[in-house]
Design a protein around this ligand. Sequence first.
Ligand SMILES: [Zn+2]
Length: 157
Amino acid sequence: MANPNVVINKGADCPLCYAPDPALLIWQNAFCYVVAVDDPDYPGYCRLIVKNHIAEMSELPLAEATYLLRLLLAIEQAQRQILQPDKINLASLGNKVPHLHWHLIPRFIDDRHFPEAVWALPSREPRPHPERQQLLPLLHHAIKVACQQLYSGDLRQ
Ligand SMILES: [Zn+2]
């Protein structure tokens, strides 16, 4: 395993219980991690993933659920500030991978699926957006700083 800090409670054959690609890892602590989703159609797309193999938000103690939501808001705010998207989509599905994780997807009215969900059939052909791609190092840095600075109370650090 590339990073032994990532897994707490491993689910059988669960892809989110394995260490993420270090090239995609934006930030982590003992509780959760943030990865960039490498999708050229969706620059800035991130996932916030708890390390413990649980399925639902309400399985978390309230303090941890609250902390996770604060991280979610901090990442969303960084996405808004840096990318200035038309919309942010937040989704926690887990039907295929029942390991608690949030999708944070900056949306633009000219993206492949807008106004549908990114998992729908595409509405238009892919189109590169180098101006958005160029902002990703800045975005990832802003997410890292925002997450690092967020007070985590008594949670494991
Ligand atoms: Zn898992």
